[in-house]
Design a protein around this ligand. Structure first.
Ligand SMILES: CC(C)(COP(=O)(O)OP(=O)(O)OC[C@H]1O[C@@H](n2cnc3c(N)ncnc32)[C@H](O)[C@@H]1OP(=O)(O)O)[C@@H](O)C(=O)NCCC(=O)NCCS
Length: 206
């Protein structure tokens, strides 16, 4: 398995990346920001994405986006093809994209929003902490990305204060003791998710 910084030679994988993201979101039944192949190609081109290939076969992907004049970067669009899941590949991609973010944008805070327990666990192990949306970028372009998510009405209703996603942030200036971290408590994450779902989704069906 090769895990490399993407470039133009990987354009041919843009379609399968989009399809895998869309199909996985359908299976999970959760909301996700939709991406077009053109959008993915831009990310493949600018040296800010990581792609995993098994020979010539697409296995996984994640990219960095820069917000608020480099004050923040997000590691977004993490996807592992179903044929390659549960082998630690997402963890390797996440780690590589995190390292690349730190190399290229050493002063930026790194953040993500997610409903996925796997992503929460990986972020936590890298030193991210759960935060309210007020701690994340206020760059409107970032939040525009949520418009294609099926839960966008919740984000609008709460005036962008909260949604089903949990915000997580790595602050390079905060003292971090990653090596002393305990494993995150999966039950707490699941409980947080289910509280949010019952709060927001119930209201929605009224
Ligand atoms: C989420 C996803 C990226 C995980 O990829 P993967 O290669 O199977 O993950 P890994 O094998 O590296 O596992 C990393 C950790 O997440 C955990 N994990 C993996 N899938 C999980 C799931 N569905 N639910 C809960 N935890 C999960 C693993 O147990 C592992 O934790 P551990 O270190 O405590 O053992 C993959 O399932 C995927 O692409 N899903 C669809 C897209 C998606 O949900 N993206 C995130 C959008 S926010």
């Amino acid at each position: 398995m090769k895990i490399v910084i993407a470039n133009e030679t990987h354009f041919k994988y843009a379609q399968i990346i989009c399809d895998t993201i869309a199909e996985s979101a359908k299976v999970r039944g959760t909301g996700i920001a939709k991406r077009t192949p053109e959008y993915i190609q831009k990310r493949l081109q600018n040296g800010n994405a990581i792609i995993a290939l098994d020979g010539d076969t697409f296995a996984g992907f994640c990219y960095i986006e820069v917000w608020g004049h480099e004050k923040f970067v997000a590691n977004s669009g993490l996807i592992v093809h179903p044929d390659y899941r549960n082998q630690g590949l997402a963890k390797r991609i996440k780690k590589r994209v995190f390292e690349l973010s730190r190399e290229k944008f050493p002063n930026a805070k790194i953040f993500g929003i997610t409903t996925g327990l796997a992503v929460m666990k990986m972020n936590y192990e890298l030193g991210y902490k759960p935060v309210t949306f007020s701690e994340l970028t206020d760059d409107p372009e970032f939040w525009k990305g949520c418009q294609t998510c099926k839960n966008f009405d919740i984000l609008t209703r709460t005036e962008r204060k909260m949604c089903l996603c949990t915000g997580m942030l790595y602050d390079p200036n905060a003292k971090s003791k990653i090596e002393e971290r305990k494993k995150p408590n999966s039950k707490s994450f699941e409980r947080l998710k289910s509280i949010k779902e019952s709060l927001f989704l119930k209201k929605k069906s009224k």
